[in-house]
Design a binder for this molecule. Structure first.
Ligand code: HEC
Length: 108
């Protein structure tokens, strides 16, 4: 019974730990992610865009908070499945920086 409870409890905790606090990075919203999401995502994924090109309502990447909330979906669509941005064209440098930004809590 105790083992069962522990097994249930560990997975979300592990995920949370790997999303923040296990490493520090110089890659921040201000010096990288904001510009990245503005260049590659916000033309479709922002509440202010004149034409979402079919991007779902609420899947927006205009602020750090809303982007962090959707970190898992960003990782999946951009890094794992390469379905976003739709035309592709992700630079190698950006892959490395985006991976680090998603993995690490910025040093503050
Ligand atoms: C040219 C417009 C366009 C751009 C640019 C774009 N997207 Fe999308 N996005 C879409 C459309 C259309 C959908 C809905 C269809 C789909 O899911 O494939 C979508 C869906 C999504 C979803 C939700 C679907 C899912 O599988 O969770 C995520 C997350 C996402 N995009 C992330 C991104 C990210 C991150 C970027 C920037 C790297 C980006 N998109 C750039 C048009 C765009």
């Amino acid at each position: 019974m105790i083992l069962f409870l522990l097994a249930c409890g560990t997975e979300p905790a592990d995920t949370a730990a790997s999303d923040s606090g296990t490493c520090e990075t110089a890659v921040t919203w201000q010096n990288f992610a904001q510009g990245y999401f503005a260049s590659y995502c916000q033309s479709c994924h922002a509440s202010t865009t004149p034409d979402r090109h079919g991007a779902p309502e609420g899947v927006d990447f205009a602020t750090e908070a809303e982007t962090r909330e959707q970190a898992a979906a960003v990782r999946r669509t951009v890094l794992t499945n390469s379905t976003m941005p739709p035309g592709g064209g992700l630079l190698e440098d950006d892959v490395a920086l985006l991976t680090e930004w998603l993995d690490c809590a910025p040093a503050r």
